[in-house]
Design a protein around this ligand. Structure first.
Ligand code: LUZ
Ligand code: MOS
Length: 764
């Protein structure tokens, strides 16, 4: 991969974790030294997707030497409930099982091998019931996890009537396994007075704390959750880490010894939820010149057996149903379908990608029908300043067009298309395809209540600084950004600042690290804490120096000085002075995103602090004998605002892009009709590797000022780039059309090699 422009090697603008990562010194949950007496948990889970439990025989397992205890739902002292949004999910099965992988009992043993052996000895007799794996089947029976959702603007019926073209079709997009490098897990240590510390691999320490407290019948102040860092989350640990925290906490509480459980990869693949597969249909109306007059769609979300985060994911699908386009008449419905799969959950983009795939498919379909270039329809309908989304918010600081036109110019789109045409004309069995993919993604938790954060700052008497926030470092580089916020506030070196673990005792009531908003929310809370300490220091200095309020006091270069340089003092000396003068050198900061609101009854409001924009141009080459393909290049113009850390942000773009391309091309999650996962290991579930990523990735930083609600005007960057990957599907489709003009190819992602081959040789 090449980088354009080159990374600035400025001090403090790299990922502070990089040296640890590349030298293998980074420590994760399983690297923690274990206390003597630690036990190991394992769950015995259902091998049947739907049924009634007739009997559970644990006698043989219990007799195995080394087995300490076997725990069932009747042993739970509090409430057997782990549901996050809706209380519809038990931790341990009672009478019924609802998916393969549903925990039934917990085995606690002296070592992992014994726990594993014991699991094989447990006999569970289940009377099977009908299994539903298809969201459309659930929809036919109105089996929903929560209420269907509806967004609408304008009047689609009259707009369709007045359209020159009205095109209808169906789409399908597959699920996606998170494949965080560190699997789910937790380690609980009981303490005196019925309290407990839980080390958890979670994006949401407070969610773990709340879940454990409810399960044990304790209050939240008795449970401390601590996260040093996690080895990837991608949404999979936003809500679903809580179950494993609950398993070890329950075991530790009952046996009063430390208990640990780190899932094996196979267990993790089996038991945990993934990105929601969707089936959808669309109707799009256009005028002859390619202006989209109306768009209607119905989204059928495969939610799995319990709600988990599905209602929120579903809503974000509707928020992003028109992607980066202004469409005056919109009518979109979304259905959270209940099936017998593990509850599906958050995954980078959170339903947004599933929505965007449908509108891009509709535009592609229309372009084919109208014999018009796809990119022309895309371009004519791009969002503009002040354009209204179907949910009532208007586009502000809109960079949809600037990203698009800069991408076209900078990467010389017309010359590129000519070259592709010439290549395709002279290569009978190898074809190139190209697609543009504009992205517009809303930043904020769509649940307004969640958009808040806190931070704790201590300045120690030697001048060193300790900071704590609610942000969880999961490889995305938020630690680097938090340290940058503190360095820029205090004007001191990175080395003087220590970022503490994310801990519910130091920072309470946190929202999960999710929604791309972690750096914004926690960074702003951290700025607030720093500001309070700085104000106290400035007051002190004004008295000490006898300077007026008009003279500015500036903190930089590890010291403080007046704006006219008449007075100055090194940072350490100032802190020593403040300590002796009994100034409070600690502060708790708070931030709640202003302005945002959303009325769930009317589905109108201003839910997002701002939007992130960008455009990618993707080029691929298809081997028309084998159906194999590779991506030649992906060229992006991305709206970072004023990026505060280009190295970290570039990493998010590259990683998000690769993950998005993986979802759209390689990663095929397959469940059979009995709800059995057929792609249950990493040999038959293919994720992107160094051979499948694009040969070349160019990222251009759009010249933009940034917005005030972004931390240091540096826009959120976690999720938006994943959706560039959607262009991979359409680039491949276009290469196939270059070989076979009449290809019959349903809009069904992922575009695997097999589907490419069928497209190449299929007839209309
Ligand atoms: N999580 C969540 C998210 O709870 N609400 C959201 O809106 C969201 N968006 C993206 C990713 N995670
Ligand atoms: Mo997420 S999908 O931002 O946990």
């Amino acid at each position: 991969m090449t980088v354009n422009p080159p990374i600035q090697k400025k001090k403090g603008s790299l990922n502070i974790d990089a040296p640890l990562h590349v030298s293998g010194k980074t420590t994760y949950l399983d690297d923690m030294p274990e206390l003597a007496g630690t036990l190991y948990a394992k769950v015995c889970y259902s091998k049947i997707a739907h049924g009634h439990i007739r009997s559970i025989d644990t006698s043989e397992a219990s007799a195995l030497p080394g087995v300490v205890r076997i725990i069932g739902h009747e042993d739970i002292p509090g409430v057997n409930q782990i549901g996050g949004i809706i209380a519809d999910e038990v931790l341990l099965a009672e009478d019924e099982v609802h998916f393969i992988g549903m925990p039934i009992v917990i085995i606690v043993a002296e070592d992992e091998v014994t726990a594993h052996k014991a699991r094989e000895l447990i006999r569970v007799e289940i009377v099977e019931k009908p299994v539903v794996v298809d969201p459309l089947e659930a929809h036919r029976c109105k089996e929903y996890l929560s209420k269907p959702l509806h967004f609408q603007m304008g009047d689609v019926d009259s707009a369709f009537a007045g359209s020159d073209y009205v095109i209808e079709g169906n789409t399908e997009s597959g699920g996606q396994e998170h494949v965080y490098l560190e699997t789910q897990g937790a380690y609980a240590i009981p303490r005196s007075n019925d309290s407990m510390i839980v080390y958890s691999s979670t994006q949401g320490p407070t969610a773990v704390q709340r879940t454990v407290a409810r399960l044990l019948g304790l209050s939240m102040n008795q449970i401390e959750v601590d996260v040093n860092r996690i080895g990837g989350g991608f949404g999979g640990k936003e809500d679903q880490a809580s179950a494993w925290g609950a398993v070890v906490a329950l075991a530790a509480y009952l046996v009063q010894r430390p208990v640990k459980y780190i899932l094996e990869r196979g267990e993790d693949l089996q038991m945990t939820g993934k990105r929601h597969p969707y089936k959808s249909n669309y109707k799009i109306g256009l005028s002859k010149d390619g202006m989209i007059r109306a768009f209607a769609a119905r989204f059928f979300q495969n939610g799995g057996a319990a709600a988990d985060l599905s209602p929120a994911v579903l809503q974000r699908t509707l928020f992003h149903a028109t992607n980066s386009y202004f469409i005056p008449n919109v009518d979109v419905w979304a259905y959270p379908c209940k099936t017998n799969l593990p509850p599906n959950t958050a995954f980078r983009g959170f339903g947004g990608p599933q929505g965007m795939f449908v509108i891009e498919a509709a535009i592609h379909h229309a372009a084919r029908q109208m014999n018009m270039p796809v990119h022309l329809i895309q371009e004519r309908n791009l969002l503009y300043e002040g354009a209204e989304f179907s949910y009532g918010q208007k586009a502000e600081d809109c960079e949809a067009q600037s990203c698009w036109y800069q991408a076209k110019e900078r990467y010389d789109l017309s010359a590129r298309m000519e070259r592709i045409k010439a290549y395709n004309a002279s290569n009978p069995i190898s074809k190139k395809g190209l697609a543009l993919m504009p992205v517009c993604f809303g930043i904020s938790f769509t649940n307004t209540m969640m958009n808040n954060a806190r931070a704790l700052v201590h300045v120690y008497s030697d001048g060193s600084v300790g900071i704590s926030t609610g942000a969880v470092e999961m490889g995305q580089g938020v630690s680097s950004k938090m340290i940058q916020v503190a360095t820029s506030a205090f004007g001191i070196d990175t080395d003087a600042i220590k970022l503490e673990t994310t801990n519910t005792t130091r920072v309470a009531n946190t929202s999960p690290s999710a929604a791309s908003a972690t750096a914004d929310l926690n960074g702003k809370a951290l700025q607030d804490a720093c500001r309070q300490i700085l104000e106290r220091l400035v007051d002190l200095l004004r008295k000490h120096w006898g300077v007026e309020n008009e003279v500015e006091v500036i903190f930089e270069n590890n010291g403080v000085h007046t704006s006219n340089y008449s007075k100055n003092m090194p940072w350490k000396e100032l802190i020593n002075l403040a300590f002796r003068k009994r100034i409070n050198l600690s502060a708790k900061g708070h931030f709640a995103t202003p302005r945002i609101h959303f009325d769930t009854k009317t589905s109108k409001g201003h839910p997002f602090a701002y939007h992130v924009y960008g455009t990618a141009i993707l080029t691929c080459t298809v081997d028309c004998l084998r159906g194999n393909y590779e991506f030649d290049a992906v060229e992006i113009v991305h709206d970072f605002g004023a990026s505060m850390n280009k190295a970290v942000d570039l990493g998010q773009i590259e990683g998000g892009l690769a993950q998005g391309i993986g979802w759209m091309t390689l990663e095929e999650l397959i469940y059979d009709e009995q709800g059995r996962l057929k792609s249950g290991n990493l040999a038959n579930y293919k994720i992107p590797d160094i051979y499948s990523v694009p040969k070349e990735v160019k990222v251009h930083y759009l010249e933009a000022e940034g917005v005030d609600l972004a931390i240091l005007k540096s826009k959120a960057v976690g999720e938006p780039p994943l959706m560039y990957g959607i262009g991979a599907y359409f680039a491949l489709y276009n290469a196939i059309l270059a070989f076979n003009k009449v290809a019959t190819l349903p809009y069904s992602a992922p575009m695997t090699t097999e589907k490419v081959l069928m497209g190449l040789y299929g007839k209309r």
